[in-house]
Design a protein around this ligand. Structure first.
Ligand code: 5GP
Ligand code: ZN
Length: 120
């Protein structure tokens, strides 16, 4: 499994930095965002270090597909019972801050209009 010794989210995977984990399997980890933008704000990451979505390869398609399926499971299990929003920021234009691919899973009981990225 490819990992990066200096990457923040790889350190979270290795438990070198604490996080509130809500789901884990061989391929994926889901934990709570430290600065939530919505009542439910999870970060869903592959355990393999992929810096950004635009660097994912065809060999990653199984894990990328699994991210889609696990997103709805963890949203529901964490209290977003009536839908959710996913966001993947890519690179400078996409305002990506942490360069380990992650899907924001945003939800909760509030109106969708309030579940916006902090920069909007
Ligand atoms: P980006 O802007 O790269 O799409 O999102 C990075 C996200 O990671 C932000 O929402 C930020 O709050 C979150 N984040 C940054 N550092 C940490 C951390 O140490 N722990 C957790 N749980 N989330 C973090
Ligand atoms: Zn990483």
């Amino acid at each position: 499994m490819s990992t990066d010794k200096d990457c923040l989210f790889c350190k979270i995977i290795r438990n070198e930095i604490p996080s509130t984990r809500v789901y884990e399997d061989d391929d994926l980890l889901v934990f709570k965002d430290i600065h939530p933008s919505a009542p439910v704000h999870l970060l869903l990451i592959p355990k393999k270090h992929i810096a950004r979505l635009s660097e994912a390869q065809m060999e990653d398609q199984r894990v990328l597909g699994k991210m889609m399926l696990v997103a709805s499971q963890v949203a529901r299990e964490n209290g977003s019972v009536d839908g959710f929003r996913t966001i993947i920021n890519d690179g400078r234009v996409g305002r990506q801050d942490v360069f380990h691919l992650h899907m924001h899973v945003l939800g909760g009981p509030e109106a969708l209009g309030r579940m916006i990225a902090r920069d909007e």
